[in-house]
Design a protein around this ligand. Structure first.
Ligand SMILES: [Zn+2]
Length: 288
């Protein structure tokens, strides 16, 4: 099946009280592991590509070519969206041109008026071309900020303003953070999430920084309207641990253990296991 935008899968998820995972990709192994797992579990899936990862993979056109090729060659029949993660205004335009089916415009660092202006413009282009679009209100904390106890919480009124522009999905900061959570993290603000959902109604809400949020908090967030959850760091950590073990066990020194197809296999399997675990937790299994 060709790429689809994320609108239908997320509308269904919100109505069915489950969430679709966005798993970020970094290379061929990552992409193949995520697509095969989604197919095996009969789950819809969103492949996330950050601007940095897009550059790393030799540009957005390369990414689109690789993903489209795999959908065909691996006989992937579940709904798959290819989504720009935390896009700049310019990056979003490039991905629309290159053939992505979904974009995120992260204007959260602009004053709200400018965020609205730029989001509005991109909403119009996405509507015309049939892409879905995610907007963000209230910046989501990250490791670059050093030790922080709490990510920023979005203003629910600003969330409504942005939701009313016709975006497909909305990322609202609710105390979530990218990367590993610090020990003194105060947890998600369900108060904020509840207030945002009350004002935005059926709009699918997006939870960034899914790595390390306890399962009970994930479930509660889904019950309060979160229908897309972004997972990135967790796959990286699983890949790293499995690859480290392979080398520490000296397997790369045995026989043809140096063959990259063997060297990267444990990491590939570790990503598959992580994606499976998340899809089961999010409730998207058999929802394709
Ligand atoms: Zn994010």
């Amino acid at each position: 099946m060709p790429l689809v935008n994320a609108a239908e899968m997320l509308t269904k998820a919100k109505a069915g009280h489950y969430a679709v995972g966005q798993f970020n990709i970094n290379n061929l192994e990552w992409t193949k592991a995520i697509l095969l797992t989604a197919q095996e579990l009969n789950s819809p899936v969103i492949l996330g590509v950050s601007e940095g990862a897009g550059k790393y993979m030799a540009g957005y056109k390369t990414v689109v070519g690789m993903v489209n090729g795999m959908l065909e060659e691996l006989n992937i029949t579940v709904p798959v969206a290819l989504h720009l993660d935390h896009g700049t205004y310019e990056g979003a335009k490039k991905c629309i041109e290159a053939g992505f089916s979904s974009i995120m415009f992260d204007g959260s660092h602009y004053p709200i008026e400018e965020n609205i202006e730029k989001t509005k413009e991109l909403v119009a282009i996405c509507k015309e071309k049939g892409l879905s679009i995610e907007a963000e209100v209230g910046a989501i904390g990250g490791e670059e900020d050093g030790v922080i106890g709490k990510g920023e919480c979005a203003d629910p009124q600003e969330c409504k303003q942005i939701a009313d522009l016709g975006v497909t999905m909305l990322a609202a900061g609710i105390g979530n953070i990218h990367g590993k959570y610090p020990e003194n993290w105060e947890g998600l603000s369900f108060e904020t999430l509840d207030a945002v959902q009350k004002l935005t109604g059926t709009m699918p809400l997006v939870l960034h920084g899914g790595t390390g949020i306890p399962a009970d908090m994930i479930k509660k967030a889904i019950s309060l309207g979160v229908s897309k959850i972004n997972v990135n760091t967790e796959c990286q950590l699983a890949f790293q641990a499995a690859t480290r073990k392979y080398i520490e066990d000296g397997k790369d020194l045995q026989g043809k253990g140096f063959d990259p197809r063997k060297l990267l296999a444990p990491g590939f399997e570790a990503i598959k296991a992580t994606v499976k675990e998340k899809m089961e937790l999010f409730g998207s299994v058999n929802k394709a």
